[in-house]
Design a protein around this ligand. Sequence first.
Ligand code: GDP
Length: 600
Amino acid sequence: MSKKVAITAPIKVSELAEAIGVDVMDLVGELMKNGVMATINDSVDFETAAIVVSELGFELEESEGDGEESTTTDSDVDMPRLSVLEPGEGEPRPPIIAVMGHVDHGKTTLLDALRNSDVATGEAGGITQHINAYQTEHDDRKLTFLDTPGHEAFSILREHGAQLTDLAIIVIAADDGIKPQTKEAIRYAQEAGVRMVVAVNKIDKPGADPNRVRQELTEMNLNPEEWGGDTVVVDISAEKRQNLDKLLDMIILVADLEDLRAKTEGPMEGTVIESQMVTGKGAVATVLVQHGKLKIGDFIVAGDVYGKVRSIEDFNGSRIKEAYPSQPVAVSGWKDTPHLGAFVHGVADEKAAKVAVSTASNPREGTSAITQADSMTAAMHAHQASTVPVVVKADVDGSLSSVVQSLEMLKNEEVRVDIVGSGVGPISESDIGLAESTGATIIGFGVTVPGRIKQLAMRSGVDIKIYNVIYELLDDIRERLTELLPPEITEEEMARLRIKAVFKTAQKETICGGEVLKGKLVPGLLVRMIDEEDESEDEDKEPQMKEVGVVNALQREQQSAKEVVQGELCGVNIATKGKLKLKEGDELEFFTRTTKKRSL
Ligand code: GDP
């Protein structure tokens, strides 16, 4: 007899796999066998789920849902979320700032320069080698900088549905100007509704042209303040530490527009911004505290993982007993590594922590990097249409999540990346199997490929691409998506001719004479006319035009002509595809067609 399992439909593939206790990839495979292309985060309806799992020996029952066409389950609703404050509620807190920009424009140099400007580096050798965030002080005000790739900071933000980053510094090298990643960074910030401060860097360099950068900003509708706009632009040299104070002044000024506040009382709330296993220390997570106070001995929950805080270290590796809003800290004491982006909250005791973990509706919520396709049909359609299927493997959770989310953003209505599988660790045999059955390319980020696997991939005809730089990865995939985009075709009417006489109609050639009604006729223009064979009965419908040939040569007053214009009489020699049915009084339309490669 088959085993009964109750589910609420529609259900995510990952949740369904968990409900019946099978490996999610086996379930994806089973769905595929049934012609359903779904990734682990796509949802399936009850009927599909029932059919597929029956083949795995289960019988599904639909549990009482709310009947809504929604993937939100009841427990989602109760899921703990970051508190939203009323205006004026809470205490002022330091701003959380992400630094973004094109590679080599000086993000790291700036982050290092700001880090060293005020705060003495404490003792090294803490529980993490480095924390990907730090705090600095300026004019007695604390500022928190996220030392993560900007897109990562924003991915976390989106995952979470709550604001993690308050402000973005867009670094632009004065000798290089706005580059694709600069535009991308600006777009990320705009989409997230985060204010920007532009740092025009490397002004010490001979080729520096800060005004050109301002001009380019204007072209992106970011008008510099000094030119009457509202974008704060500061010229700096991160390397020579020029104007950094001014930059910090401006950051504080812009941050103050937001009136950033946090609850200082009550249980701690925050976000995991880094997570790893440390030999001898167990699971360690960098947590950005957002509300309340975090103390040693507190019970904390992050998605499906909980812990009792054993130690807290600040970004310098100094042990501290408590942490406050906007403070990034490394926390040990977790039962397992919590996931990047997971919401962290304090609970009363271990019992409450266990309950919270067991009711975490989607255990992998924190890293569930794959955005849900709206519906299974959409997923299937997209799969058949223009997608680049990939299997993503990365060295650590953080980079996996970041790669997956960045890949998902590379899309438009016509093309997108289809992530058929993803995971942390080296590329394995099962990855090859999955890639082979789905036609996917395996993308490895910071991972190795064992020789045996390379051979297997070659035998199976599976492509493996390894990257260490996210932008290179994204550029490659963008290029592949671009190749899938049909070119943009534009047609423009150039001239119109009324036929006065037809001299010759052969299979491949028509010679006629007429008057140019409008425009200018030149050899090489394409020719179209009303399609007499259009069978449409609809009287109101615009007559269909049919392309019939191309202008070979022109004559005016028995002389060969390079062009004839409106009002003139001429003879036209047209190279045709078949014999044209043409009579006096008909009109020919002459047009150009341009085909432009599109980019994503
Ligand atoms: P990132 O890729 O944006 O993190 O860029 P980096 O901080 O690694 O900087 C790239 C290169 O630019 C390095 O060689 C830096 O030394 C150099 N650089 C960064 N800031 C400045 C600056 O203000 N002036 C000059 N002359 N060089 C800089």
